[in-house]
Design a protein around this ligand. Sequence first.
Ligand code: TEU
Ligand code: CA
Length: 623
Amino acid sequence: MLTKKSRIKDVYANPIGRDIIDRVLLQMNISKKAVNNPIIGSLRLKVLPKLLKSQLDEGFVDTLLTLLNTEHETAKGNDEMILKAWWKEAVFYQIYTRSFKDSNGDGIGDLQGIISKLDYIKELGIDAIWLSPIYDSPNDDNGYDIRDYHKIMAEFGTMEDFNQLLTEVHNRDMKLIMDLVVNHTSDEHKWYQKAIQEPNSKYGDYYIFKDQPNNWTSFFSGSAWNYVEERGQYALHLFSKKQIDLNWENETLRQEIHDMIKWWLEKGIDGFRLDVINYISKRSGLPEANESIGKLMEYKGVEHYFYGPRLHEYLHDMKEKVFIPYNAFSVGETPGIGMEMSKLLTADYRKELDMVFSFDHLEMPGRTRFDDYHYDLNYLKSFMINWMENYGEHCQPSLFFENHDNPRMISKINSERQYRNVLGKLLAVIQLTLRGTPFIYQGQELGMINQNFQSIEELRDVESLNLYDELCNTMKKEEAFSKILAGSRDHARTPMQWNNQQYAGFSTGKPWIMMDEDYKICNVETQFQDENSILRFFQNLITLRKEHRVIYYGEVLFINQKEKDLFAYYRKDGTETLYIEINLSSSNKKRTKYPEGIRLLSNYAEDSSSFLRPYEASIWKYN
Ligand code: TEU
Ligand code: CA
């Protein structure tokens, strides 16, 4: 058992301890080397607050110990063969329906719109589609607030449309996974309505109510508690005021969720992406949040639910009872979960989840999404090296740079127009040649960039709008708006750019969210005709991936790791060797040696011999 007298190095040797300390260091922008320093390592845990310049107090140490001492498992070693699975070979494509393709001119993307573009997705080389929520919803958070799990959102179509979509996806030999949002439901869900109107019915305990609120805050600004007049109590909502957290402690509720999942699996869907699934177990008694952790993490209370005491139990139970019998795939969205915890959630022999999305590579150390800064690809390199070398053969990494919750990656790295094309391709090379399952977000294959929003009226996202209101209390409106612009999720939610016609061929009517003029130069139609486009590069790269299976299961061997701006690695198995060479900077970079073999694909037409050009990224095949 670890106590306040334990040494820092012993805490760091504990997988959970390592994750938490790494997370804190990341947030504070302190190098991991600090912990590996023998002097620091031999210090006792209780001095940690002092060491961290009192940014974290003693409550942090207590929280850390609670987390460490409730997890008794560690992940198994790495000596075994990787088990094969379809989802380890697949390239996924995420569709945010509202912004993908509108079939009836109301300005809102829909299921028939998706159906009309399945040939496009297939042609790109995609094997599986992840659909963001399409269930009936009042759309406070664009479908992540579900009102009825068994109905399709009217704006998107009907259950017949869905059935047709599923058949057409399968006809094209692709798979379909849905979004499963079961940490919370809409306050308009009938369970919640019953819970507040008939507190003594079985529904009365389906959500988390408290007589007095605690100090936890919502991810979408303000307190995480709503006062519920009907019950004279407070209801917990980690997200918007209309997204109420379900009480997973209640077994009947868990059963109800299992049944709902089975109902969808019976239809023949192939699996689920599980929304904020690591938040479902909250520490009992819902203790007050530690203020210093809250300050560091920007949200209060996370330490009590991001890796809750019954998380493994709930996931294991769901896997055994629901996912395994249907042979269904699962990828969990797990914000705040580090690599060691990810191992415990996804190792194949543990039977919890197949994969997770971990997010620590999307922002630089010391930065958060709403900071305006330039992302340095050298950080991505160090992140990837760590995961590739240490995640192990029992676990499958997910590879992604974009989704509907984050600004576009190219814009974070370098927004100079001259680099857009090479940079989009560079990211594709990293995403499609490392070991792991790539998830491409709609528009990423075109190199879409952040939108040129002019005013707060043009934004739609509840997170952006709430944060704007909050910021306006302490800063000027213009300042608040520019802060929102840096991180707004709406950058990724503008319509997919199909052609250079009005509304980019997304709709014949005015889209639900603005789009700037970018579609005139960046769109599917134009890029299909251009051999040098990002789209064609993605297509070629996906084909290449399928032809070189070493990318699926082969070893990853990094070379010249210490050399700044160079990201170089081999992919190797018994039959072939690929070499990937990337210049992470916008300057020319001298080559130490010229690669052998033949160049299979590159983001520059001619090879340059003695140096690598800005963001040059190439794949070579050795003999
Ligand atoms: O996201 C969870 C989540 O952590 C983010 O919303 C988070 O607050 C931020 O984006 C971190 O960078 C999922 C969905 O992907 C998101 O769209 C939903 O709004 C949210 O859950 C609630 O369901
Ligand atoms: Ca429509």
